[in-house]
Ligand binder design. Structure first.
Ligand code: HEC
Length: 114
């Protein structure tokens, strides 16, 4: 009986990890979710997706980043793709995305004798 339940657990783990893998596109490193195709086609031409993955910006700062690339780096007008691209960027690479899953630091006084 114990064997069966650990086998079930292993299978469950496999399913969960495959699901997590499927969410990230291997070639770009970007999350594969609505809007991904637009970002892939417009944003991974001059540089890799890792520049995007390493950022956490709010919507205003993503707009600023896009304008900067348009003014300084030769990025074209995104037209009606800008809205879904922005939605994708703020959802998956926004400031509220928690990349640091560590717990809060312990209270500094934890070792004091008082
Ligand atoms: C026409 C070329 C071009 C396209 C297309 C382009 N970028 Fe960039 N982007 C650049 C250049 C050039 C840099 C600066 C790279 C460097 O610092 O080495 C850059 C830098 C970045 C950075 C990093 C900025 C930093 O401070 O490190 C991010 C994030 C970024 N781009 C996101 C995007 C997104 C999102 C799109 C799609 C909307 C996009 N890029 C499309 C040219 C482009």
């Amino acid at each position: 009986m114990r064997h069966i339940s650990s086998l079930c657990f292993a299978i469950l783990l496999l399913i969960v990890s495959f699901k997590a893998l499927a969410e990230v596109d291997v070639t770009t490193g970007l999350v594969n979710a609505p809007g991904f195709e637009f970002v892939k086609s417009q944003c991974t031409i001059c540089h890799s997706g890792s520049l995007i993955v390493s950022q956490r910006l709010g919507e205003k700062d993503w707009i600023r980043m896009i304008r900067w690339m348009q003014e300084e780096q030769g990025l074209w007008s995104l037209g009606e793709l800008e809205e879904p691209i922005l939605r994708y960027l703020t959802k998956h690479y926004g400031v509220s995305v928690n990349v640091n899953r560590r717990r809060k630091p312990l209270n500094k006084n934890i070792f004091s004798m008082e």
